[in-house]
Design a binder for this molecule. Structure first.
Ligand code: KG4
Ligand code: ZN
Length: 347
């Protein structure tokens, strides 16, 4: 296949606008976005011209989780209309796009392939360069969409349905994983606990909502690995503990529906406590200047509030950032930013 190169020297020497078309299909959201970048002397400034997200939640809801085959079929049906819509909303023609950015890992392989092959085909037909990016890192880059200035070293906490990672960021493109989950991801814990409580899928938003009516101190669920020196996490013990508590309450003939808000609030509290504790510890050890939250679970208002408050009290010199709520869950705008920095790095 022919390779198309972008004239980087031209981009670096002029303060011109650059436009990226980004595509995201790693799980159950089909998304396309056009992001415009103004190269400022110090920091690039990102403008979202469009960010169309087509969620498949309703299709997967009856199964209590994402069904890979159904997800791939849906991506196939949606991908071209979503890209058309994204270009139309941005009022951008394919000829005005500088390059295409697409997620190629990690995720559901059959879903990833739809986005990747579409991007490869468009890149070939339109004769544009193609940049492939990592989905997990792209989540972190969502913070660049909401904030103009990020000081390094920075710490990123990525909490999604598939990953929980603490990442040390030493400049715009150097990411080092300093801790991660040894089993379930934080989002997975929310989803599985919601399933046990018959709250439906996805679990995070519904647990957040029902927790507002519950007592977070009613049940003392385990907070794993709090005394270890490293920054790893584990959420499978919490999940098992909630399962046994439900069984126990049922045996004791408790009204489970009545006590569900307390169970949800106590589980959410355990997750937030562990995430907050480990993040503060890592922030202290690496003497960071900026703390960034990212991933679907970053949409959790209680986590944002608790982490923000703790940082303000314990590390007032650290700037706390979290993406806008709609940029926390899967979307293509974050993929555009990740592609932009990869393009700069690989010049
Ligand atoms: O980043 P994301 O959209 O997809 C993955 O890359 O996995 O994250 C999805 C996860 C799901 O587990 C979902 O339950 C969780 O993010 N989530 C939340 C909230 N909104 C989404 N978890 C807690 N509170 C929320 N408000
Ligand atoms: Zn994601």
């Amino acid at each position: 296949m022919k390779t198309f190169y972008l004239d980087l020297s031209q981009f670096l020497s002029y303060n011109r606008f650059m436009k990226i078309l980004a595509i995201e299909t790693s799980c159950d959201e089909t998304s396309a976005s056009v992001v415009e970048i103004k190269k400022n002397k110090k920091q690039p400034i990102f403008f979202i011209l469009s960010n169309i997200v087509s969620s498949q939640i309703k299709i997967h809801q009856p199964y209590g989780g994402v069904v890979p085959e159904l997800a791939a079929r849906q991506h196939l049906k949606n991908i071209l209309p979503i890209i058309d819509q994204s270009l139309a909303q941005a009022k951008v023609k394919p000829s005005q796009i500088d390059f295409i950015s697409v997620v190629d890992r990690p995720g559901l392989i059959s879903s990833l392939l739809i986005g990747l092959q579409t991007a490869q085909t468009l890149a070939y037909v339109w004769q544009k360069p193609l940049i492939k990016v990592d989905h997990v890192q792209a989540h972190l880059y969502a913070n660049w969409l909401s904030s103009q200035k990020i000081n390094f070293p920075a710490l990123g906490l990525i909490v999604s349905g598939g990953h929980t990672q603490l990442i040390l960021i030493t400049n715009n493109f150097n990411f080092k994983i300093i801790g991660q989950t040894l089993d379930d991801a934080a989002g997975e814990a929310f989803d599985k606990i919601a399933k046990m409580l018959n709250l439906g899928y996805p679990g995070g938003p519904v647990i957040q909502k029902i927790s507002q009516k519950g007592n977070p101190n009613k049940f003392n669920f385990p907070r794993a690995l709090m005394t270890t020196k490293n920054f790893d996490f584990s959420f499978s013990g919490l999940k098992t503990s909630v399962l046994y508590k439900i069984k126990d309450l049922k045996q004791q003939k408790y009204n489970l529906k009545k006590i569900t808000p307390d169970l949800a609030a106590s589980a959410q509290q355990a997750i937030v406590d562990v995430l907050t504790y480990k993040t503060i510890k890592a922030a202290q050890e690496y003497q960071i200047k900026t703390m960034m939250l990212a991933g679907g679970v970053a949409a959790n208002k209680y986590l944002r509030q608790q982490l923000g408050k703790k940082i303000e009290n314990i590390l007032p010199q650290v700037k706390f950032l979290a993406p806008d709520i709609q940029l926390c869950t899967d979307n293509a705008a974050m993929v555009a930013v990740a592609g932009y920095f990869k393009f700069l790095k690989n010049k």
